[in-house]
Design a protein around this ligand. Structure first.
Ligand SMILES: Cc1cc2nc3c(=O)[nH]c(=O)nc-3n(C[C@H](O)[C@H](O)[C@H](O)COP(=O)(O)OP(=O)(O)OC[C@H]3O[C@@H](n4cnc5c(N)ncnc54)[C@H](O)[C@@H]3O)c2cc1C
Length: 257
């Protein structure tokens, strides 16, 4: 079966749904996602969203905290874009009634975590931030956004110049060919490749290898985030063993870039 549309988005996490919410206001958008919409890292995210929302804080502090935490392994311009644009987007979400947790005064309830020098972690539903955010985005989708669940993108269609013009998928209705003016890959990470992971088992990073085989350009894929708690529970690792494992993973993932 062939489908022709303006935009095809792979994935149904926060990245995919936010893109669909905005693009769907003017364009025909279809989403393909390999499971149900409640199976993504986004749906599982608990701690919250770091963003500057109060007058005592500012984006320069947030940028400095981020660069310090990452020991300057960043592309600074990308950190600046993420934080400057992210701040504006989150402030818009607050004006659009994203149901975050609030103080009795009505001000956002802000947590303080990790390397942040200011209270700036927004959360929703206690530790259900991701779930609340996904449910909110799903309700906001324009009517011309179609979500196709249980459909897995397994190959990018390229024209003779190597430009991506669509995607092949396999799902409950068999194989489909999507031809789209724009293809957005929002397929998340590959945490399930590791024996101990907080990710769903579907987070296999299949599209990472598809992209590599089809010579799609990668950038900044040098690090894998690891939690001591996730490994310690199942493997009974000491903190020292965990740090050795993190070192190994960082070197290994840097080799793949
Ligand atoms: C337990 C946990 C807690 C977390 N807590 C926080 C937190 O507190 N704060 C924070 O900022 N971040 C947190 N994170 C990280 C955060 O959830 C992710 O960085 C973010 O949600 C990624 O969003 P995404 O839209 O890019 O990808 P995802 O949410 O992973 O979505 C990817 C989507 O792509 C689909 N997909 C993948 N491959 C294919 C394919 N081949 N074909 C079709 N569909 C495909 C998947 O099914 C999924 O729907 C947490 C992650 C986990 C696992």
């Amino acid at each position: 079966m062939d489908v022709k549309i303006d935009v095809l988005i792979i994935g149904s996490g926060i990245a995919a749904l936010q893109a669909a919410r905005l693009l769907g206001q003017q364009l025909q958008v279809q989403i393909v996602t390999k499971s149900s919409v409640d199976m993504s890292s986004s749906y599982r995210a608990q701690g919250g969203i770091a963003a500057v929302t109060k007058p005592e804080d500012n984006t320069a502090y947030h940028i400095a905290d981020t660069l310090t935490a990452g020991e300057d392994h960043h592309e600074k311009k990308h950190v600046e874009a993420l934080i400057n644009d992210g701040t504006k987007i989150i402030q818009q979400f607050l004006m659009d009634d994203l149901p975050i947790d609030r103080e009795a005064s009505g001000a956002p309830a802000l947590g303080l975590e990790g390397a942040h020098s200011h209270h700036r972690i927004l959360h929703a539903g206690g530790d259900r931030t991701g779930q609340v955010f996904i449910d909110y985005l799903l309700k906001q989708l324009p009517s011309n956004v179609v979500i196709n669940c249980y459909e897995m993108a397994y190959e990018l269609l390229l024209n003779t110049d190597g430009a991506c013009i669509g995607v092949l998928t396999q799902g409950t209705h068999g194989t489909k060919r999507y031809f789209a003016h724009h293809v957005i890959i929002a397929s998340g990470g590959a945490g399930a490749l590791y024996p101990s992971s907080t990710n769903y088992a579907i987070n296999t990073g299949h599209l990472h290898s598809v992209r590599a085989q089809q010579s799609v350009i990668w950038s900044l894929c040098n690090f894998i985030q690891a939690y001591y708690g996730a490994t310690a529970k199942q493997k009974d690792l000491s903190q020292k063993q965990f740090e050795e494992l993190v070192g190994f993973l960082s070197m290994h993932s840097a080799d793949q870039s």
